[in-house]
Design a protein around this ligand. Structure first.
Ligand code: 3PY
Ligand code: MG
Length: 252
């Protein structure tokens, strides 16, 4: 089966860097896939994309060196299975609040005996290779999002769920839930405590911890702290920032 770049990074004790697609288009997916990132995450939760946009985006990422990931809109087994069958090599599931929810996520994304994923890998087989069924459980990656107070309170139990590769913090939602606003101050002591708790919970059981970062500088800081799956901002954030910067240069 084709290897997963993110697992390769982790095996080398390196953080994996993900691009993040908010623009539901195959050409921007291809551009981000050729940027040098290890993987590219198609966001189906908040981006202007739906499941039918996802398939050409996965096809476009397949033509690049990056590994395709999908953030599913919710912990829905049908969507989880569809994203994997379409060739996603990693899933990020939002709003996981308990070990039971994390277990349901792992179950829907894993073939028996570990889980209950139904067999029919479609494009996944073309992308992964003919031995897909035998190696899918060990190759694909499942990250549960910690972004609520319930999720934070249960983070140790969530990290312990068998088959879950790790957690991914949603700083915007977690900030709102902590009463700090969506644009939280990363140096706020309560925020630091929450992030440290998530990182320690994952490391204690040899799992991985990632988070959404708005830019490369924040991602570097988080990777130096021990987070091993970082996002450097979405295509939409980066496009807007690049244009604003050029505009300011132009305007003096
Ligand atoms: C959050 O910040 O809540 C996220 O879900 C990041 O995409
Ligand atoms: Mg969120």
């Amino acid at each position: 089966m084709r290897p997963n770049n993110v697992r390769t990074c982790w095996a080398d004790n390196q953080p994996a860097v993900s691009g993040w697609l908010s623009i539901g288009d195959s050409y921007s997916a291809e551009i981000v896939g050729h940027s040098g990132v290890d993987c590219v995450t198609i966001d189906l939760q908040h981006a202007m994309s739906d499941i039918s946009d996802m398939i050409p985006m996965l096809q476009a990422i397949s033509a690049t060196p990056a590994t395709p990931f999908v953030r599913v809109p919710s912990n829905d087994p049908a969507t989880i299975m569809k994203a994997l069958d379409a060739g996603s090599y990693g899933l990020i599931c939002p709003l996981i609040n308990s070990a039971e929810e994390a277990h349901a996520f792992v179950s829907a994304s894993s073939y028996p005996p570990l889980g209950t994923r139904s067999f029919g890998p479609a494009r996944g087989l073309f992308y992964g290779g003919p031995d897909y069924a035998a190696y899918a459980n060990d190759t694909l990656i499942r990250l549960a999002m910690i972004e609520t107070l319930e999720g934070l309170a249960a983070v140790e139990d969530i990290c312990a769920v068998e088959g879950l590769d790790g957690i991914f913090i949603g700083p915007g939602d977690l900030g709102l839930n902590l009463g700090k606003g969506a644009d939280l101050d990363p140096n706020d002591p309560e925020v630091c405590k929450a992030f440290d708790r998530c990182l320690s919970a994952a490391k204690a059981v040899s799992k991985h911890a990632g988070l959404f970062c708005p830019n490369g500088a924040v991602a570097r800081k988080r990777a130096d702290q021990g987070f091993d799956f970082v996002v450097l901002g979405s295509d939409a954030i980066l496009l807007k920032a690049a244009l604003a910067s050029e505009l300011s240069e132009f305007s003096g």
